[in-house]
Design a binder for this molecule. Structure first.
Ligand code: COA
Length: 155
């Protein structure tokens, strides 16, 4: 399966809105309330303008099937850290796209050199398996959230 990653643009607003407000996405997110359209458009504008937030759209056979975002921060020791979050279009789930998308993300030159992290709710088995497939290991377990880490890949 080939999944290609490209930067999101304002033209992806409607797809991202639909995927973000899907009930399973809300349930598996840190903030579970539905997002109004105006707030979504403002959020997308901020993300696209922020050099430390990389929002990528996954495409398969020319169709947008999901998205992965990397929020980058620099630690005191200069180490770059990226926190990943992702979602797959509801109608495209269960076809291996999350695993393929995360594998493509960790191999992407735009994320090279970053220590990568992801926060996954304990009941999110599909995300856990996709993270494992992309080389993440569980670094911390709390009752309501697990933290996953992948060491930096050289640039
Ligand atoms: C979680 C999510 C990204 C998974 O996407 P997906 O494309 O359906 O996942 P995949 O088809 O790549 O499956 C990944 C793995 O999980 C397994 N899986 C898929 N759906 C599953 C389910 N409902 N329950 C258990 N395992 C599941 C697959 O078999 C696969 O495992 P394998 O590699 O060992 O065979 C998608 O359901 C989604 O967008 N959910 C809402 C948003 C969300 O949870 N975001 C992540 C927050 S951390």
């Amino acid at each position: 399966m080939t999944v290609r990653l490209r930067p999101a643009t304002a033209a992806d607003a409607a797809d991202l809105f639909r995927w973000r407000n899907d009930p399973l996405t809300r349930q598996q997110s840190l903030t579970t309330d539905a997002i109004p359209w105006d707030a979504h458009v403002a959020w997308l504008g901020r993300v696209l303008a922020d050099p430390d937030r990389l929002l990528l759209i996954a495409e398969a056979d020319g169709a947008a099937v999901g998205s992965v975002r990397c929020d980058v921060s620099r630690q005191g020791d200069g180490m770059g850290r990226g926190v990943l979050s992702w979602q797959i279009a509801p109608e495209q789930r269960g076809r291996g796209y999350a695993s393929a998308m995360l594998k493509a993300a960790v191999a992407d030159g735009r994320l090279a050199g970053l220590e990568l992290w992801a926060e996954i709710k304990p009941d999110n088995a599909a995300s856990r398996r996709a993270a494992l497939a992309a080389g993440f290991t569980c670094a911390r377990t709390a009752p309501d959230l697990t933290s996953w880490r992948r060491g930096p890949r050289p640039g």
